[in-house]
Design a protein around this ligand. Structure first.
Ligand SMILES: NC(=O)c1ccc[n+]([C@@H]2O[C@H](COP(=O)([O-])OP(=O)(O)OC[C@H]3O[C@@H](n4cnc5c(N)ncnc54)[C@H](O)[C@@H]3O)[C@@H](O)[C@H]2O)c1
Length: 453
C-alpha cells in the first residue's frame, strides 16, 4: 500500500519539480567481492582516467539522450544532461575472503592483460580487501582466511557498518555506494525473518540461517543510508525488510544479477520475435566457462539461484498467456558447465527453435564467444553513477527500488505485485524517460504525428 502511494506521488509530480543535489566531492564505491568483475571494473576506471582506454559499453560515459523533437537536433551526452559523479571522483574499497590486493586478484582472474594491469598497478595495489562476512554454507565451493568473527550476525553487521564509516573518513568521500560483486549464494526463498525490520533484527541476533552474508552487507549499508546494488542473483535486497529500510533511510536499492552475455542476447532477440509474431518451440542455452564464478556455480545450490534468474526472462517477454498459439508451449533450458580451460572467456550457445507462417519451423544458432567481466564492468560503473544520482534526487531517494535501471539486470526488482519488464528496449526507454522526467524535459513517446500536421 505504502509503495503504491509513493508511486502515485511520483506520477503526479510535474516534470522539473524534482531537485538533484550536485555531485560534489568524492564518491566512495564499496564492493563486497573483489574478484573478476570488481577488479575489471576498477582497473578499467583507472585506465580510462589515465587516458589509456575508452569506457566502451558504458551508457553513462558514451550514451546520448535525444531531447525534444527530432528536428531540434538536441542530443547531449547523458553525463552532461544529468549531474553524475565524474570518474576522477571515484574512490574504492572492498571486502573479500581472500587477502589478495586488487592487483593480485586481477592477475589471478586473468581477464585483463598484464601490460594494462601494470599501467594501473599503483591504484590496484593500494586496494586491499577488508575482512569479509562469509558463511561457507552459502557458497560451498570456496573458502578463505580473510573472514570476520563475531558473536552473532548483528555483531558482524555492526562491524561492516564500522568499516563503512571508517572508509568514508579515511577516503574523504562525501557519499558512498555499495555494489555486491561477490559470489552467487545458495538458493533461498523469502521467509519469516525477511518480512520486517523488527523480525530481521531479531533474526540477526539469533544467528538465523535464513540470513545470508550478502544480506548482512545490505542491512549494514541501508542502515548507514547508503544505496545498495546487487550484481548477483541472490535474494539479498529483494525482501520486504530491505524495501522497508531503503525507504525509511532514503537508500535506493536495485538488483538482481547483471544482465551480460547470454541473457543480454536473449532479451535482444526475444522482443524481436514477439514484435513480428514469430512463434517459439524451444530455446536451449548452454554455457561453458572456467572462472571462479563458474566453479561456484557448479554447486547445485548456487546454480539454482542463477537458473531461476536466467529462466524467468522469456516468460515475461513472450507473455504466453496473451499469445498461446505462439508461446503457449515452448521448452526453455539453461545449462552452465564449469570448464577451466575457458577461463573468463565464456562460450554461450543458444539453439532456438522458432516457427513462422503456417507453423513452418526454422532454427537460429547463436554462439557467443563473450568475455563475462568485460561485459559486466561497464554495468558496474553505470549502476554506481546512477545509484548515486538516485540518492541525490529528491524524487528517487525515498522510493526504495529503482526500477528505472532494470536495463542492467537479469531479474529486475519491482514494486510488489508488478511483473518485471525484461525487454531491453523498453528498459532503455524507461531509463531515458526517467532522466528526461527528472530534468523537466518532455517524455518521448515516438508518436510523431506532429511532423505531419
Ligand atoms: N561477469 C558477469 O558477466 C556476471 C553477470 C551476472 C552476474 N555476475 C555475478 O557477479 C558476481 C561476481 O562475479 P565474478 O566473475 O567477479 O566472480 P569471482 O568469483 O571472480 O568473484 C567473486 C568474489 O566474491 C568473493 N566472495 C564470496 N563471498 C563473499 C562474501 N560473503 N564477502 C566478500 N567476498 C565474497 C569471492 O572470494 C570472490 O573473490 C557473481 O555472483 C556472478 O554470478 C557476473
Amino acid at each position: 500500500m505504502a509503495t503504491q502511494r509513493k508511486h502515485a506521488k511520483i506520477a503526479d509530480t510535474k516534470p522539473g519539480s524534482s531537485e538533484i543535489q550536485p555531485a560534489k566531492g568524492k564518491l566512495g564505491v564499496m564492493i563486497p567481492g573483489m574478484g573478476a568483475v570488481a577488479t575489471t571494473f576498477v582497473a578499467g576506471v583507472e585506465a580510462v582516467r589515465r587516458g589509456i582506454a575508452k569506457p566502451i559499453g558504458s551508457l553513462t560515459q558514451m550514451g546520448t539522450i535525444r531531447l525534444g523533437k527530432r528536428t531540434d537536433a538536441r542530443s547531449p551526452k547523458i553525463k552532461e544532461f544529468v549531474p553524475l559523479a565524474g570518474l576522477d571522483d571515484l574512490v574504492f574499497t572492498g571486502w573479500d575472503i581472500f587477502e589478495d590486493d586488487m592487483y593480485t586478484a586481477a592477475t589471478k582472474a586473468g581477464v585483463l592483460e598484464r601490460d594494462l594491469l601494470d599501467k594501473v598497478k599503483p591504484l590496484l595495489r593500494s586496494i586491499k580487501p577488508q575482512k569479509a562476512v562469509f558463511d561457507h554454507n552459502y557458497v560451498k565451493k570456496i573458502d578463505g582466511p580473510n573472514v570476520k568473527k563475531g558473536k552473532n550476525k548483528m555483531d558482524l553487521a555492526e562491524q561492516v557498518r564500522a568499516d563503512m564509516r571508517a572508509f568514508k573518513k579515511s577516503s574523504g568521500a562525501t557519499r558512498l555506494i555499495t555494489i555486491w560483486c561477490g559470489s552467487t549464494e545458495s538458493y533461498i526463498e523469502p521467509s519469516a525473518a525477511h518480512q520486517s525490520v523488527k523480525a530481521f533484527e531479531k533474526a540477526l541476533l539469533k544467528n538465523d540461517a535464513n540470513i545470508a552474508p550478502s544480506m548482512i552487507y545490505a542491512y549494514a549499508s541501508l542502515m548507514e543510508g547508503v544505496p545498495f546494488a546487487n550484481g548477483a542473483p541472490n535474494l539479498t535486497v529483494d525482501i520486504p525488510v530491505m524495501h522497508e529500510l531503503a525507504r525509511q533511510n532514503e537508500a535506493p536499492i536495485c538488483g538482481k544479477d547483471f544482465k551480460t552475455g547470454q541473457t543480454l542476447i536473449k532479451t535482444i532477440l526475444a522482443p524481436g520475435f514477439k514484435a513480428r509474431m514469430i512463434g517459439l518451440n524451444g530455446w536451449f542455452s548452454t554455457n561453458i566457462l572456467g572462472n571462479r564464478d563458474g566453479e561456484v556455480l557448479e554447486d547445485p545450490g548456487s546454480f539454482k539461484t542463477k537458473e531461476e534468474s536466467k529462466l524467468s526472462v522469456l516468460e515475461h517477454i513472450l507473455q504466453p498467456e496473451l499469445y498461446p498459439d505462439l508461446y503457449g508451449n515452448f521448452t526453455h533450458k539453461v545449462r552452465i558447465n564449469y570448464y577451466p580451460p575457458r577461463g573468463d572467456n565464456k562460450e554461450g550457445w543458444d539453439n532456438i527453435d522458432i516457427f513462422g507462417w503456417l507453423g513452418y519451423p526454422m532454427q537460429i544458432k547463436v554462439d557467443f564467444l563473450c568475455r563475462d567481466s568485460i561485459l559486466a564492468a561497464p554495468i558496474v560503473l553505470d549502476l554506481v553513477l546512477f545509484m548515486d544520482l538516485a540518492k541525490r534526487s529528491s524524487e528517487l531517494r525515498g522510493i526504495g527500488i529503482q526500477e528505472w535501471i532494470s536495463f542492467y539486470f537479469k531479474s529486475p526488482m519491482t514494486a510488489p505485485g508488478l511483473y518485471p519488464e525484461h525487454d531491453l528496449f523498453i528498459q532503455l526507454m524507461k531509463l531515458k524517460n526517467t532522466l528526461r522526467h527528472l530534468r523537466g524535459e518532455e517524455l518521448i513517446t515516438h508518436l510523431g504525428l506532429e511532423y505531419y500536421d
